[in-house]
Design a protein around this ligand. Structure first.
Ligand code: ADP
Ligand code: ASP
Ligand code: MG
Length: 823
């Protein structure tokens, strides 16, 4: 006979009618002759049933209404899934069950406290109801060869509850199953999960989430070839996906690894599930009901997997108890007495750690048991506490345990170092540590509030490239848009070099788009239109600084002063900032200093090469000169692409105003050309360089000769353009004077080491370096102690979206290198 396959579907897989259909499709897709389908109760039903008991214990609790709601949910489900005759018969049994439940609840109401046995009986109805309906549904669809038989596991699975939980009575259970299922059966068994019976014949459960255990018990009883546990995630993930959004599916796990993960809180599988499968070497697959085509996780005896660390989990809240005293040193039996006392009090210890001096023992327990534990210990060591042999019994509440699990850790070096490094960098303090001799698990007790952060930090250390940057971009206008396209074109190449750039937020003027893993850079405008939310810079920053991603950076491509006013906060909280926005560096000196200080004090980087000369290496050159000990005498140059263009073209053949008009039309000037002609933009750039030179200048210290006639300063742009020709005479006179003496006009900014900063229209010799530049070129000349006779010159296009975005991108890559990327 063909061997059995056992499936178990969790509550989330049978939440509603659509779910039932999906499960049936999965079962019917298989051409196996014999399969058993173990089901949980529909999602939330076990909780609701237990809630009824709580309502009954409370004199004011309305359990009748709650019971009616449960009944209605199931009758509705039946009427949408099976024929009306079958639905009627289902409802009759359901009514009778609900009457039984109501009877029990009335008794509970009278005695005010429910015995565990009543709780168990009531909790188990959810599985009876879901499976009874599913069996009927499968039968009516009749797409399966062979019979569909409903199995009430209470008639099969016999357990004895002991200190380690429910122990299956195998022989008895096998006999029971044989009596119900003939040896040559073909078809489908639909089996209730979760429920069982004790040797004394009393109905019980296998504990919360016990249907996984039911699945493997039936796997063992039927000697199945495989067990498939179907849930709502793609398999066992490297961490709880609700805490670590980028957790990965683990391909394969050993039984021990799976057990360890389950024990330490990976809710996806129940720890006891492994034991029946291990004994018979049955592979367990964890799969997604909602994505049945995916492979899922295989749990087996000899997994083949490259991963050293398989999963990272947390349990919280726990309490850490510390027993300390010189009297314990070298005294045999202290641990025995301690843990004996805890056992007698019914307290389960999650983790133990004892220093080799034996001066103290500390252990972690579920926080809810802390008070009882302390009482038990004080009672057990009453004499020692009184005579001072034991000085302290400390109980620390509100902690969490982080467990890192993987068989491969045994032979690998540096795993513990990586864990503690990650915890250290995330500023998490470690309260206790335990590593078993198997080296399969490193457990660390941390502050409960920091447990999720600890989990993310350690997860990032093992599963992400250490060079993963969470990026938020502000201002996807001319430069920002091009920058996004440039990043997009390089993203795969950089990932191959281990640099993972993830743009996770984009802020436009009123809205923002935030995405958890990364925004698709080729379609962000469409996503912004459909998924954009109102702008909130605080939310944006919190999102960008996701604590499960190693680094966060904001790229500010706006020209906004308001945005620049956030740099200090961002840098203080560890967010790096990259920008072509001049506002912070050329604004008030006090704020500029505060920004620089915030970066220094918090180890965050602030990069702004593109504020001067777009993509040209001007700030970096200046820094290199200073940092290698050179002294800057003077920096001089043409810092405005627009003004460079205007004076390159202005040769007397055409009036200055009409050149301005043409340049405006070509988009070479700002929408209001006065923003260029005023000279303030050049003055801002000079201030940035001055401060970079160590000078403490304010913008108002720059002597600026603007080219906007005072009469036209305050009018509308249109009027300005209309009246500008009236002033052509002044410009023409200056040009003529210059030409007559073999000179040209150039708009030059200059700053010297004495702190004199000027921006003016200057006459220069026609052979001067600044006289021979093309179009919108910028040119910057550094006169220094080393470069004195023949100054250092940086020249090239200094404006335009492509080169500016390129400058910002280089800063981003420079930042990545500072953070450790090898490009
Ligand atoms: P079911 O109803 O199928 O029994 P559970 O809710 O009991 O499902 O378990 C599945 C859930 O376990 C997932 O939705 C996920 O949120 C959670 N979970 C916690 N840790 C992990 C992990 N390491 N891997 C996968 N899922 C996990
Ligand atoms: N229905 C039970 C519970 O919620 C068992 C299970 O779903 O595994 O605990
Ligand atoms: Mg479960």
């Amino acid at each position: 006979m063909e061997k059995w396959i056992v499936h178990k579907f969790g509550g989330s897989s049978v939440a509603d009618a659509a779910c039932f259909r999906r499960v049936a499709d999965i079962i019917e897709a298989s051409d196996h002759a014999r399969e058993a389908v173990v089901l949980s109760a529909c999602r939330g039903v076990t909780d609701s049933l237990l809630g009824l008991v709580v309502l009954a214990e409370d004199p004011a609790g309305d359990f009748a209404t709650a019971l009616d709601q449960l009944k209605a949910r199931h009758t509705d489900l039946a009427s949408s899934l099976v024929s009306s005759a079958a639905a009627m018969s289902y409802a009759t049994k359901l009514n009778s069950d609900c009457q039984d439940i109501a009877g029990m609840l009335h008794t509970v109401r009278l005695i005010r406290a429910a015995p565990d046995s009543v709780r168990d009986v009531i909790a188990g109805f959810g599985e009876i109801w879901s499976t009874r309906l599913f069996a009927e549904f499968l039968r009516e669809r009749s797409r399966i060869k062979g019979e569909v038989v409903w199995i009430d596991a209470r008639k099969v699975v016999i357990v004895e509850w002991g200190s380690l939980g429910p122990a299956v009575q195998w022989t008895k259970s096998e006999e029971n199953l044989k009596a119900l299922v003939p040896r040559d059966f073909t078809g489908r068994l639909v089996v209730t999960g979760f429920v069982a019976t004790t040797l004394a014949g009393i109905q019980t459960t296998l504990g919360r989430n016990g249907s996984d255990f039911s699945g493997s018990i039936f796997g063992a009883l039927l000697d199945a070839a495989e067990i498939h546990i179907w849930t709502d995630v793609d398999g066992v993930l490297s961490a709880d996906p609700r805490l670590v959004p980028n957790a990965q599916v683990i391909d394969q796990l050993s039984y021990n690894e799976a057990m360890e993960l389950a024990y330490f809180g990976a809710k996806v599988i129940h720890p006891q599930t492994m034991e029946p499968a291990v004994a018979r070497d049955i592979p367990i697959y964890i799969r997604n009901t909602f994505a049945a085509e995916k492979r899922g996780t295989l749990i087996c005896a000899h997994p083949v997997s490259k991963l050293t660390v398989k999963g990272i989990t947390t349990i919280a809240p726990v309490a850490l108890v510390n027993l300390e005293g010189a009297g314990m040193i070298g005294v045999p039996g202290t641990a025995h007495r301690l843990f004996g006392a805890l056992r007698d009090a019914g307290i389960s210890v999650i983790l133990i750690s004892q220093g080799s001096s034996e001066h103290s023992i500390c252990f972690a327990i579920p926080e809810a048991q802390a008070v009882r534990a302390e009482e038990a210990i004080r009672r057990a060591f009453d004499a020692e506490l009184r005579d001072g042999q034991i000085q302290h019994v400390d109980v620390n509440l509100g902690l969490g345990i982080l467990a890192v699990v993987g068989d491969g850790m045994a032979g690998a070096h540096g795993v513990a170092a990586k864990v503690f490094n990650a915890l250290g960098s995330a500023a998490i303090s470690v309260r206790a540590i335990a590593q078993g001799a198997s080296e399969r698990n490193i457990s660390v007790v941390v502050d409960g509030k920091g447990a999720a952060k600890a989990l993310r930090a350690v997860h990032a250390a093992f599963y992400l490239s250490p060079n993963t940057l969470s990026i938020g971009l502000i201002g996807p206008g001319t430069v920002g848009r091009v920058l996004l396209a440039q990043i997009s074109s390089q993203i795969d190449r950089l990932r191959a070099l281990n640099l993972d750039l993830r743009v996770r937020g984009i802020v436009s003027s009123k809205r923002m788009l935030l995405e958890e893993s990364a925004i698709d850079l080729d379609h962000w405008p469409e996503r912004m239109a459909t998924h954009g939310v109102p702008l909130d810079l605080e939310k944006f920053a919190n999102h960008v600084q996701a604590d499960y991603i190693p680094h966060a950076v904001v790229i500010d491509c706006s020209a906004s002063n308001d945005v620049a006013l956030n740099y200090r906060d961002w840098l203080s909280r560890g967010i790096h900032v990259v920008t072509p926005n001049k506002k912070a560096n050329s604004g008030p000196l006090t704020y500029y200093r505060a920004v620089m200080e915030a970066g220094r004090a918090n180890g965050s980087h602030y990069l702004y090469e593109a504020t001067v000369g777009a993509g040209l290496p001007i700030i970096q050159t200046l820094r290199d000169l200073r940092e290698t000990g050179d002294d800057i005498t003077c920096i001089e140059g043409i810092f405005s692409g627009t003004l460079a263009y205007l004076f390159n073209v202005f040769d007397g053949r055409e009036a200055f105003s009409s050149i301005v008009r043409a340049a405006k039309l070509k988009g070479y000037t700002e929408p209001d050309p006065r923003d260029d002609l005023s000279g303030m933009d050049v003055a801002r750039k000079l201030i940035i360089l001055a401060r970079e030179m160590g000078l403490t200048l304010e913008l108002s210290d720059v002597e600026v000769m603007g080219l906007v006639p005072p009469e036209l300063k305050n009018c509308e742009v249109e009027e300005f353009m209309r009246r500008l020709p009236q002033f052509d005479g002044v410009m023409t006179t200056m040009l003529t004077e210059a030409t007559q003496s073999g000179q040209v006009l150039r708009y030059v900014g200059r700053i010297d080491s004495g702190g004199t900063a000027t921006v003016r229209l200057t006459k220069l010799d026609a052979k001067h370096a600044f006289a021979n530049i093309a179009l919108t070129d910028n040119v910057v000349r550094f006169a220094t102690r080393r470069y004195c006779d023949n100054p250092l010159i940086v020249q090239g296009p200094g404006a335009g979206p492509e080169v500016t975005a390129g400058g910002v991108f280089s800063d981003l890559l420079r930042l990545s290198a500072y953070l450790g990327a090898h490009l």
